[in-house]
Design a protein around this ligand. Structure first.
Ligand SMILES: [Zn+2]
Length: 535
């Protein structure tokens, strides 16, 4: 009897985490991601694990995105000492991403503690620290894809290319069950066909049980060639008016894809030679890792390297790791392309570039990634006349180009095609999707492929016997308590603190202590305020 408990990435797209327990009482985890998107979802990061992390022998990590990897330092903090088995590029990307995630957790706890101190409340500890992240990195055990290895007694595994981001993998797991061996496949996040840089997802033909992601289970992407043309149009539009082109982009994969496309445009003479700024320290480091890992590129990217070019470099590209260099970008007049994070315009340097350019006739804002409800990026996409950036209302006069064809996820058609390769009639579990996306995909899998498709709930435990599946659903979540009163109380506290702060600043009492850091902290609080309304 094999038991699989869906501890994240079930009924949501974040927090991916599946506990597999074998008949031999071996326990492994597949992914250990951070829950993201609003306070209620994020509170799950603080919950008890539901198992003893010290008992887990192996954690398989499908890829480096934090919604799959971001709770690893907490797992280590809570006693995990096993191996983290993942592909070599994923291990490299984790080094920068987990340290970045730890830094964010520490900053978060720091401002909460400052706030609490003034109210004589207790200090807040971060979810985990840089030290925990460093300890996690020591457990990374890179494993090349395509080799079958014995990981535990009665358990073998193999990683296959998932084609989603550099190093992303599908996990094939063989678990002995008495006389029989059951094969379980976890898709991880799957890329779309013909995606840039990475090769197409590996086709797999057999499994008894299949866990498939459904991020875009109800959507079809726009065509890629059309999207490239739209990007060229955006660039020409702003160049003709002497203004800047702003591209908010996630630091890993999307940024490198945009650099790759811009390099192609330049080599083909489709855009003129204007400055291109990569203005994100994390994206700069990630790009270095992409450069070092050429052997994982697809044929097209390898051909670019073979013809003597670096797919992520151009003569006119400028990396701006420091804040000073970043600020200097907007002081120079004339056209330039600026790529910065965060991808949904909620934090980071992109906010400064929007503040400087959003109100300018002739500037372009090029949206190339998913924008969640409530984010600044989504407001811009939805046609807001003005948006709030650092507490200022900034008019939207720039032209907004929303380009849908650059996704790193398989769409409904790609997912169905990938599942259709299985010849062994697997039982399918549709995970990693919002309810509507998972339901749409499950329905199509049933209709078109005649397979049984089940959508497990968060914390649902699946008991896999060779001939049947038993499911233990968790009790329905308790009715949400009345949150209005504590919300109003918190707002009143915040107002009082701000009034007191304003008084101290005005009186001159703080003249010596006010610096850029203090202003940055206040801006950080503003970002947090925005995020309260994201869900
Ligand atoms: Zn991902």
């Amino acid at each position: 009897m094999i038991r699989i408990t869906c501890l994240g990435g079930a009924g949501s797209v974040t927090g991916s985490c599946y506990l597999v327990e074998s008949a031999h009482n071996r326990k492994i985890l597949v992914d250990c991601g951070l829950f993201q998107g609003g306070r209620q979802m994020e509170s799950r990061n603080w919950e008890e694990w539901g198992f003893d992390p010290g008992e887990i022998q192996t954690l398989f990590l499908t890829h480096a995105h934090v919604d799959h990897s971001g709770r690893i330092p907490k797992l280590v903090k809570d006693g995990f000492k096993g191996k983290i088995v993942t592909s070599p590029p994923t291990a490299e990307l984790c080094e920068i991403m987990l340290l970045d995630a730890a830094h964010i957790q520490e900053m978060d706890a720091e401002w909460q503690t400052r706030k609490n101190k003034r109210q004589a409340k207790r200090d807040v500890t971060p979810l985990y620290t840089t030290e925990d992240a460093e300890a996690s990195l020591k457990l990374l055990s890179p494993m090349e894809r395509d080799n079958i290895v014995t990981v535990e007694p009665g358990m073998k595994a193999r990683l296959r290319n998932a084609g989603h981001i550099l190093g992303s993998s599908i996990l094939e797991l063989w678990v002995e069950e008495g006389e029989e061996t059951l094969k379980i496949v976890f898709s991880g996040d799957l890329g779309k066909k013909d995606q840039l840089i990475v090769r197409d997802p590996h086709e797999i033909f057999d499994a008894n049980y299949l866990f498939v992601e459904s991020t875009y289970g109800n959507r079809l992407h726009r065509d890629f060639e059309g999207s490239k043309k739209e990007l060229i149009d955006a660039i020409h539009y702003s160049i003709s008016l002497g203004e800047k082109i702003i591209i908010p982009a996630f630091a890993v994969e999307r940024t490198q894809e945009i650099l790759y496309i811009l390099g192609e445009f330049l080599r083909d003479g489709l855009i003129p030679d204007i400055p291109i700024y990569l203005d994100s320290p994390l994206a700069i480091k990630a790009t270095e890792i992409f450069r070092r890992n050429k052997k994982y590129y697809d044929e097209e990217a390898k051909a670019i390297v073979d013809s003597g070019y670096d797919p992520f470099s151009m003569p006119n590209i400028r990396f701006t790791p420091t804040t000073r260099e970043s600020m200097a970008i907007n002081e120079k007049p004339g056209s330039a392309i600026i790529i910065a994070a965060s991808g949904m315009c909620t934090a980071g340097r992109i906010k400064h570039h929007l503040k400087h350019n959003l109100w300018r006739d002739g500037a372009s804002i090029v949206i190339v990634g998913f924008q969640a409800k409530g984010t600044t990026g989504r407001k811009i996409v939805d046609g807001a006349k003005q948006v709030k950036i650092f507490r200022e209302n900034v008019a939207v006069r720039a032209k907004v180009f929303t380009i849908g064809g650059f996704s790193a996820h398989a769409d409904q058609g790609d997912l169905l095609e990938w599942v259709s390769h299985f010849e062994s009639n697997p039982k399918v579990f549709v995970v990693h999707g919002e309810a509507t996306a998972s339901e749409a995909l499950a329905e199509k899998i049933h209709e078109r492929l005649n397979l049984i498709a089940h959508i497990p709930r968060w914390k649902e435990r699946l008991i896999l016997k060779p001939k049947e599946i038993v499911s233990e659903k968790p009790p329905a979540e308790a009715e949400a308590a009345d949150m209005k009163t504590p919300m109003i109380n918190t707002i009143i506290d915040l107002e009082n603190e701000l009034k007191a702060l304003k008084k101290r600043v005005k009186s001159g009492e703080m003249d010596k202590t006010i610096g850029e850091d203090e202003i940055d902290r206040l801006k950080y609080i503003q970002d947090e305020l925005d995020s309260v309304f994201i869900s």
